[in-house]
Design a binder for this molecule. Structure first.
Ligand code: AP5
Ligand code: MG
Length: 213
């Protein structure tokens, strides 16, 4: 079960992926989370990536392709995985196809979570994330029981550096210019499964599970 979660910033890729991990027992692979973990650890990769992330730009293709190529060969990926936020350019999608073809595997489903632009700004500026376990919340749409504290692990919640209005505006533009073409790319391969990403989080989870069968 190799799945791609596609959708604009704030569509709910991370939120749904974390619920799918529990249901299907396959890992979520988020290039954004891997880059942020690198930054937290102070690696050269993390420091380099931060310049792009803070500007709402994409990190160079060869960097993220290298990350994914290594990650999908790890032991926990043997039964499948969910790619969240990768690929994001046609060049990344083509590189992924090539890597998987060499392994004799491929992508089974591409779930495109569709949310209109005007919904996304509020979702992103109100997002809070747990420093410890990465669980996502929203100050209005999915608030934690205790303000600033993670329901799951008791960790501290923080706001991502790239969730300010200026950077979000850039991320949305980059999405429509560079990532949206992937919708057609996967439609042509008959892999695209589009779902409406507006509504209750659990309801959307039901839609995703129904599509995955
Ligand atoms: P990344 O971390 O992947 O960010 P993103 O794609 O911009 O997506 P988000 O994580 O912002 O959105 P999401 O869809 O996961 O939404 P979430 O579920 O959290 O990438 C960050 C940066 O890293 C990029 O800008 C780039 O620089 C770099 N990067 C990463 N991958 C790369 C790649 N492949 N190539 C090059 N560069 C790369 O939900 C958002 C909020 O909404 C939450 O608060 C949540 O609680 C709330 N919410 C969720 N569902 C609902 C709902 N149904 N109703 C109301 N609120 C909801
Ligand atoms: Mg995310």
């Amino acid at each position: 079960m190799n799945i791609i979660l596609l959708g604009p910033p704030g569509a709910g890729k991370g939120t749904q992926a974390k619920m799918l991990v529990d249901k299907y027992g396959i890992p979520q692979i988020s290039t954004g989370e891997i880059l942020r973990a690198n930054l937290k650890a102070g690696t050269q990769l993390g420091l380099e990536a931060k310049k792009y992330m803070d500007a709402g730009k994409l990190v160079p293709d060869e960097v993220v392709i290298g990350i994914i190529n290594n990650r999908i060969q790890e032991e926990d990926c043997r039964r499948g995985y969910m790619l969240d936020g990768f690929p994001r350019t046609v060049a990344q999608a083509q590189a992924l196809d090539k890597i998987l073809a060499e392994q004799g595997s491929g992508i089974d489903d591409v779930i495109s979570i569709e949310v209109a632009d005007h919904e996304l700004m509020g979702r992103l500026t109100g997002r809070r994330t747990c420093r410890q376990c990465g669980q996502g919340f929203h100050v209005m749409f999915d608030p934690p029981k205790v303000e600033g504290i993670c329901d799951k692990c008791g960790g501290e919640l923080y706001q991502r550096d790239d969730d300010n209005e200026k950077t979000v505006a850039n991320r949305l533009k980059v999405y429509s210019d560079q990532t949206q073409p992937l919708i057609d790319y996967y439609k042509k391969k008959s892999l695209l499964r589009s779902i409406d990403g507006v509504g209750d989080i659990k309801e959307i989870f039901g839609r995703v599970v129904k599509v995955l069968g």
